[in-house]
Design a protein around this ligand. Structure first.
Ligand code: G1P
Length: 307
């Protein structure tokens, strides 16, 4: 695979997760045992990415620390005879290269991606949003499949999509496949995209699922993109521009086992945590019994009359 560079925007302020994100990045919130962003990096590594460029913002230093080698901690574990815990730090030793740049003004996701231009330059690259995990325990090679398509079809943009219930289209970038019947296909021609449309305006129920592959021409489009939805420079609008200028766009649906876990709001964060914790090889079984009892109790008190 030729593309080995991913840009990971982690600059958002996580306002939908306050107060837990007041002094820590949402990307460092744990889902089961690991912080969200570690799953994202592990998924990308599985897809052949070696270089990761984080676009950070204020208060995001703990992300940098997380991927750095912490010798003090390693030595402490060795000296105190707790070598077995060292394997929890194995991810530090992966042969990945990390780069960090700051988005100095919060002007939106499109602007965050544009901040990576000086490093990326004239090469195709992946964008993976740092607040979304694909698949339970990030067991997905969607990015590798997207990169293959990108190369085979000489595309300019490949975007991952997930079908969402009609009322949820308002939260995402929504695809317009080239023909309506393509909306059910695994791979489709992407004709257009709309950022957070109303339910009535939505051209489909296929929502942008936080993974993209771009030819470098996306940067020109981003430079020409003005603030859109929410007063922000939207990545979706730059993709539209590339498509409108004759660029080739491909949409790829996530497979059923590759559900997207969005950590951007409490509803989906709670669901992600519960599902990962219930699947934990060490604690999952106990937890399933515990949650089962809780649910039975809650069901008993709420629906007692009907039983
Ligand atoms: C961003 C994108 C949107 C996409 C979503 C999830 O929105 O603008 O198109 O569907 O991520 O991947 P945000 O969640 O930052 O509002």
């Amino acid at each position: 695979m030729a593309i080995d560079l991913a840009v990971v925007p982690v600059a958002g302020q996580g306002t939908r997760l306050l107060p837990s994100t007041k002094s820590q990045p949402k990307e460092m919130l744990p889902v089961g045992r690991k912080p969200v962003v570690q799953y994202v990096v592990e998924e990308l590594a599985l897809s052949g990415i070696h270089r990761l460029m984080f676009v950070t913002g204020p208060g995001k230093v703990s992300i940098e620390n997380h991927f750095d080698t912490n010798w003090e901690l390693i030595n402490f574990l060795r000296e105190t005879g707790r070598e077995e815990l060292l394997e929890e730090l194995d991810f530090e030793r992966r042969s990945l290269e990390y780069f960090y740049t700051r988005q100095r003004r919060q002007l939106g996701l499109g602007h965050a991606v544009l901040c990576a231009k000086p490093l990326v330059g004239d090469q195709p690259f992946v964008v993976a949003l740092g607040d979304s995990i694909i698949g339970v325990n990030a067991q997905s090679d969607i990015v590798a499949r997207m990169v293959d398509r990108f190369e085979q079809e000489a595309a300019d943009v490949v975007v991952a999509f997930e079908e969402v219930p009609a009322q949820e289209v308002v939260r995402y970038g929504i695809a317009r496949p080239a023909t309506p019947d393509q909306a059910t296909e695994e791979v489709f021609e992407l004709a257009d995209l709309v950022e957070k449309p109303s339910v009535e305006e939505a051209p489909s129920r296929l929502a942008v699922a936080a993974r993209y592959v771009f030819a470098p021409r996306i940067f020109e489009a981003l430079e020409a993109t003005e603030a859109g939805k929410g007063g922000e420079i939207q990545l979706t609008d730059a993709i539209r521009k590339v498509l409108a200028d004759g660029g080739r766009g491909i949409g790829m649906r996530l497979q059923p086992q590759e559900r997207r876990f969005d950590i951007g709001n409490f509803g989906s964060y709670f669901r992600a945590f519960i599902e990962f914790a219930l699947n934990d090889p060490r604690y999952g079984e106990d937890l399933r019994a515990f949650v089962g009892e809780l649910v039975d109790d809650a069901g008993g008190s709420a629906g007692g009359e009907e039983d």
